[in-house]
Design a protein around this ligand. Structure first.
Ligand SMILES: [Zn+2]
Length: 258
């Protein structure tokens, strides 16, 4: 049968001892791991998740809907909607950073910090306009309700029930969970305004105390090296990754600064 040989993704090695058997759809590491399995055990080991999560992850990638007996928890649809609206907001902010005239000051700030276009794309950095309702209008035109935007913490309620964008005129840092879903945002001013940093509030999908910024990009390296480096700020994580230190994350538990 057809066999591929590669460096093992689960332990450090110089000579490939990781085999993939196409016909059997299985893998085995004959090196330090001395273990193997199928696609499910591979994803479970690589992502550090249980079988149910691996199943959902693979199904999601394959565009398959999982029967409801695998869904134990309630509120799933509401959470899915939050992931979607956060993702839509992140794409909106990212596009503004890359392409809008107003994003120029954010672009030059990132340039002054030496961030490459690839790094900016990897971390999906963005820019929010100096507007009270640009994001709100954009998302509502795409079918999200004001109530959903409030629940996601993307707008805040002001006097007399009026809502407006929470993040204005800021560099935007989408915060991902380990599965790469956006759960919230950090936002930094580009001038001397206060507060310097503003985060999403706690939501159904965002709990600062259990969040590690950069974990979606760092998880594999952390497992491979069996070592996580925890730093204080978003920019520290991003700069570390750009320089090849991929096991670096930031704790969100305390206020994130530079
Ligand atoms: Zn191995």
């Amino acid at each position: 049968g057809r066999t591929f040989r590669a460096l093992c993704p689960f332990h450090s090695e110089k000579h490939p001892s990781f085999f993939v058997y196409l016909e059997q759809q299985s893998w085995h590491c004959f090196g330090a791991c001395n273990t193997g399995g199928d696609i499910f055990s591979f994803i479970m080991k690589k992502e550090g998740i249980d079988f149910g999560e691996a199943l959902r992850l693979l199904a999601q990638k394959a565009g398959v809907t999982i029967p409801s007996r695998f869904e134990q928890d309630t509120g799933k649809e509401e959470r899915e909607r939050l992931y979607q609206v956060d993702q839509a907001a992140a794409q909106y902010f990212h596009n503004l950073l890359l392409n809008s005239p107003a994003g120029e000051k954010a672009r030059s700030y990132l340039d002054s910090r030496g961030l490459s276009p690839k790094t900016i794309a990897d971390f999906q950095l963005g820019f929010s306009l100096n507007s009270w309702d640009a994001l709100k209008q954009y998302l509502m035109e795409r079918g999200y309700t004001e109530s959903e935007l409030l629940t996601a913490g993307l707008v805040i309620e002001a006097e007399a029930g009026e809502t407006h964008d929470r993040f204005r005129n800021r560099l935007m840092f989408p915060i991902h969970d380990i599965r790469g879903r956006i759960v919230g945002f950090g936002a930094r001013v580009l001038d001397d305004s206060l507060p310097k940093y503003l985060n999403s509030p706690q939501t159904l999908v965002f709990d600062k105390s259990s969040c590690l910024y950069g974990i979606n990009l760092a998880a594999a390296a952390i497992r491979q090296q069996n070592l996580a480096v925890i730093v204080e700020g978003y920019m520290d994580v991003i700069t570390a990754h750009q320089n090849g230190f991929n096991n670096v994350v930031a704790s969100m538990g305390t206020s994130v600064t530079e």
